[in-house]
Design a protein. Structure first.
Length: 68
């Protein structure tokens, strides 16, 4: 995942696209776990969740800056 600095420099459309990709990937990973498939990388779900949180944080910061 990109560093927070790079996320802040990216455009809104890029953030939205990356967010939707990460959410889809998280959904697939949860599906694999529920079906009992072997987990290749156990920390991947946590990593994806944190990346989503970073993107949402950057979007929220931009929203607050726009209100000022």
């Amino acid at each position: 995942m990109k560093a927070v600095k790079q996320l802040r420099e990216s455009k809104k459309g890029e953030l939205d696209k990356k967010l939707s990709e990460l959410r889809l990937e998280l959904l697939k990973e949860h599906g694999n776990v529920k079906m009992g498939r072997p987990v290749k990388n156990p920390g991947k779900i946590k990593q994806i969740r944190r990346s989503i949180a970073r993107i949402l944080t950057v979007k929220q910061e931009r929203k607050k800056e726009g209100m000022k």
